[in-house]
Design a protein around this ligand. Sequence first.
Ligand SMILES: NC(=O)c1ccc[n+]([C@@H]2O[C@H](COP(=O)([O-])OP(=O)(O)OC[C@H]3O[C@@H](n4cnc5c(N)ncnc54)[C@H](OP(=O)(O)O)[C@@H]3O)[C@@H](O)[C@H]2O)c1
Length: 267
Amino acid sequence: MSLPSPTADNRAVVTGASSGIGTALAAELAARGYSLILVARRAERLAELAQRLSLAHDVTVEVRPVDLSDRTQRGPLAEELATRDVAVLCNNAGVATFGTVAELDPSYERAQLELNAVAVHDLTLAVLPGMIAAGAGGILISGSAAGNMPIPNNATYAASKAFANTFCESLRGEVKGSGVHVTLLAPGPVRTEVPDPADASLVERVVPDFMWVSSQYTAKVSVDALVRNKMRVVPGLISKGMSAAGQYGPRALTAPVAGAFYKRLGG
Ligand SMILES: NC(=O)c1ccc[n+]([C@@H]2O[C@H](COP(=O)([O-])OP(=O)(O)OC[C@H]3O[C@@H](n4cnc5c(N)ncnc54)[C@H](OP(=O)(O)O)[C@@H]3O)[C@@H](O)[C@H]2O)c1
């Protein structure tokens, strides 16, 4: 079984489509013929991408400017998706904070958890019954290698991605044999934009060049993995190394090593 073929009515939904991996996932799916529903907060970026992809690939692209961390905005989107013919859902939107939770803004930490974990849960539950009834569909969840281990100075993000990773790989066991494909994208560093040294983020400056893979490559291997119903995709050799260390290394060792590195990012 593969993913449902693109039709005039069905849609691939991509959250976090206004930048980075989400933009690349939208482009990859459009190039494979899928009409899209693009979700993020920045309406102009979504509109611009929609125009570009519909012209380039002759697909229909709808945009939904929604703050997924806000339940009152997310609810209507989830209700709509439950009624639509969703062939593919890419739960990709996510944010990260660096520093100690005691010092970070509590309301932003709560919003991060809501976006990275609860929204993933809500949108997945919205589309799942339709996919199971159809006997086909694909759900890609952007977790992270950071979800494999405890990370001091990145606690809310690491814990929210632990939810994403575990939810995705658990769900996959539940839908086995239903025709629904479920794949976890769990990357290490993915370079989403070519950094200008003048205003590169601290992450861009601290993580050395050789550790990065591109968002286009990440999107391609992710969609390929979803088509093949692979359990987990970890793009790039460095990410694979980080992922293995996080998954199989003793936590008493990996937590302080990761924490010391992330402390620099929160500085
Ligand atoms: N890049 C990496 O190195 C890396 C590594 C591991 C995992 N990941 C995961 O991969 C995913 C994509 O990462 P990325 O690097 O491509 O991120 P990015 O370039 O920062 O893009 C994040 C996307 O999420 C959207 N978003 C943020 N807050 C939102 C909200 N409240 N409601 C709706 N949309 C929201 C943003 O759009 P708006 O601002 O327009 O809302 C944007 O489209 C994330 O889940 C991230 O945790 C990334």
